[in-house]
Write a protein that binds this ligand. Structure first.
Ligand SMILES: [Zn+2]
Length: 684
């Protein structure tokens, strides 16, 4: 591992900070914290922290000694001043005299000691930084170091690798107890460079930001070299005898969902992220996977993202997917039952004071194929997958030089259910479609884009499908990094299949499909060319059938219900003159919706439609609005609001109607009219 320190970058941050009164030490504290945050081999998703002790002037003009320490959950790669709250050091140091202290009381004292009372909460490892006397203190969970220390003889290996420059602190749960243990060890052993926290991580320090940082790099490099010299080259990884990700993911996702006990028809679902690097394949194809997979976390805070163990499934034989699905459901149920027993047992130990988290796995291993990270959002799934990859690397390193050994199950429970660790996940109220995946066709157009946006705002992960990929990509970009654009020509069965494979591979499946793509053709029905009729049927009827078929296939594999939503125009109900080529396939689409509601109701799959009229879109362009209003002798405004309410109907109104249908768990075979009022198009 090489130092990322660049003099020019460091001086640029110092110069920039000077403009807003940030002193040199603090500017360089920010700089090296970012260097740590940018290397996932050092720091991953909130695991790791840095600090600086300095004198600053408080609000009353007095000089006070403070600890600037990373805020809990802050992203080190992007850290700024707000991510390093300043805490008065003397009250923190006095706490050392206490035998122990409750979490709430400790957090209360920390908050009361903040220079800025509105600052973020300091890291859960604040006391470790406070008790150590050094000016700069850095702490990471570097993967290579974990490989060396997660061993039955970790202390001996540390002496060998770090040559006495780091003292060894036996495992104590992170927090106040660990801080006290660490300072005791420091004062007894007086190591020159830092500490090893057994089964947890490494601490280095220095008089300057650079010294502390480069000591960390040097120590991690020693661990890397030690492991590299001893680890045998991995056997060639191979994907073998396995079904495709797009086939396997919906089965895995369905198996790892649970019925919502409070709302009939509702499910608690997770989103998936797939990984299959060489390291992952080597690990999951190894013959001792059964032992290694259940051996526990490589560092305690991983448990809040991945739980203590992954769910291990059998290989997915493409010729026997039904068998695979059955075993996946059974194995996932056993996982949940085991998790429940684990909770009950340890909750009894701590006096029944904890509330059980959901029992669903956050990492799933499928031999021959790869690993899935699972989370309530795509981002959470990615984090689980990142941590699972680091876990695989740590365990593989440890096995390469000895035998991997984690902390005890009781220690894992204490971290998983430590309120201060849980606080890293935030106390967000979940939006109504959290954990659900929605695909929208025609998403490059006005109604499709508005619908994708509305579903994303309601918490769904969204896939934007359009024959025009650039348009889908532009709309996806506007929604955010998780939104998936995909090309989808609904007149081609192969294109629809490929698009739904892409959705299932990216998110794990699909729960809601808005079949919206369409285009209008005109002609007097007795004279119109058969070719025009066929073209329109191809898009405005068969397009919906292909999309619904592809979606239902995935929904059945998940076995957690689903929702098909169709954009039928008012033409399906109230035909317009010379609009047969468009209206007739749309009427067939309405019948199609009802047929899906009928045939798949027993599978929990609902089918509904929105009957919208006169929306500014690709079907009703500005030119068409101009010529039609002129032909009727109306202003454009009067033409667009020519309905019972006298209000123009927008794409957003249609999007809200689709959203309502997605949320109405007891409604199927329904048509919701969004047209401002048109009695001739009323459903009944
Ligand atoms: Zn730590």
């Amino acid at each position: 591992m090489k130092s990322g320190w660049v003099d020019r970058d460091a001086e640029a941050i110092v110069a920039e900070g000077a403009k807003s009164g940030i002193d040199r030490d603090l500017a360089l504290r920010i700089y090296t914290t970012r260097l740590f945050g940018r290397d996932p081999k050092l720091v991953l998703h909130g695991g790791g922290n840095t600090s600086l002790k300095e004198v600053m002037r408080d609000r009353l003009g007095a000089d006070v000694e403070v600890l600037r320490v990373k805020a809990t959950g802050a992203d080190m790669a992007m850290i700024d001043l707000a991510g390093l709250p300043a805490v008065r050091l003397s009250p923190l140091r006095k706490l050392r005299a206490l035998g122990e202290i409750g979490d709430d009381e400790l957090v209360g004292i920390e908050r009361a000691s903040l220079i800025d009372p509105a600052a973020a909460n300091p890291s859960v490892e604040i006391m470790l930084h406070a008790f150590l006397p050094h000016k700069f203190v850095d702490h990471t969970h570097a993967t290579a170091v974990l490989g060396v220390i997660d061993q039955p003889d970790g202390e001996k290996k540390c002496a060998e690798v770090f040559g006495g420059r780091l003292a060894f602190v036996p495992y104590v749960m992170p927090g106040f107890g660990l801080a006290k243990k660490a300072i005791e060890v420091f004062e007894r052993a007086k190591p020159s460079d830092g500490l090893i926290l057994s089964k947890h991580g490494i601490v280095t320090w220095g008089e300057s930001a650079r010294e502390a940082y480069e000591r960390m790099i040097e120590m991690v490099s020693r661990a890397e070299d030690f492991v590299a010299r001893r680890r045998k080259a991995a056997t060639a990884p191979a994907r073998r005898g396995t079904a495709e990700v797009a086939q396997v993911a919906p089965i895995v996702r369905g198996a790892c969902s649970e019925k919502d006990k409070t709302i009939e028809g509702a499910w608690r679902r997770l989103v998936l992220e797939f990984r299959a690097t060489d390291a992952v394949l080597n690990f999951i194809n190894a013959k001792d996977l059964a032992r290694l997979s259940q051996a526990g976390v490589v560092t305690p805070d991983h448990t809040i993202r991945t739980k203590n163990w992954p769910l291990v499934l059998p290989p997915a034989d493409p010729a026997k997917l039904a068998d695979f699905a059955r075993v996946a459901h059974d194995t996932a149920s056993q996982f949940a039952a085991r998790y429940h027993r684990y909770f009950e047992q340890h909750n009894a130990r701590v006096g029944h004071i904890k509330h059980e988290l959901d029992p669903l796995p956050r990492v799933v291993l499928v031999p021959g194929l790869g690993l899935f990270g699972l989370g309530r959002t795509k981002r959470d799934a990615e984090i689980a997958a990142d941590i699972a990859e680091a876990w695989i690397e740590g365990v593989s390193d440890a096995e390469g030089i000895g035998r991997f050994e984690s902390i005890s199950e009781a220690d894992m429970f204490d971290c998983e259910y430590w309120p201060l660790e849980q606080a890293k996940l935030g106390t967000r109220r979940e939006p109504p479609l959290a954990g659900q995946i929605a695909a929208v066709t025609g998403a490059g157009g006005a109604i499709g884009a508005a619908t994708a946006k509305a579903f994303a705002a309601a918490g769904a992960e969204v896939a934007l499908l359009d024959v025009n990929f650039a348009a889908a990509r532009e709309q996806a970009k506007a929604i955010g990094p998780s939104a998936l654009p995909a090309v989808c020509d609904v007149t081609s069965a192969a294109s629809v299949r490929a698009a739904f494979d892409a959705v299932a591979s990216a998110f794990g499946g699909v729960d809601i499909v808005v079949s919206n793509a369409g285009a209008a053709w005109q002609g007097r029905i007795g004279e119109v060319d058969e070719d025009v009729m066929r073209k329109s049927f191809e898009l405005n009827f068969y397009g919906h059938q292909r999309v619904a078929q592809a979606a239902v296939k995935i929904m059945l594999a998940q076995n957690t219900g689903g929702c098909l939503l169709f954009n039928v125009s008012k033409q399906a109900v109230n035909p317009g003159p010379n609009f047969g080529p468009y209206g007739i396939p749309k009427a067939a689409e309405l019948a199609l919706m009802r047929q899906y509601a009928l045939d798949y109701g027993a599978d929990g799959i609902r089918a509904n439609a929105v009957n919208a009229d006169r929306i500014r879109s690709g079907l009703l362009t500005a030119d068409m609005i101009a010529s039609r209003s002129k032909a009727r002798g109306l202003s454009e405004k009067d033409y667009m609001s020519g309905n019972l309410l006298g209000r123009e109907v927008t794409a957003d109104d249609v999007a809200q109607a689709f959203l309502h249908q997605a949320l109405a768990l007891k409604t199927t075979a329904d048509v919701t009219t969004v047209d401002g009022g048109n009695i001739a198009a009323a459903m009944r």
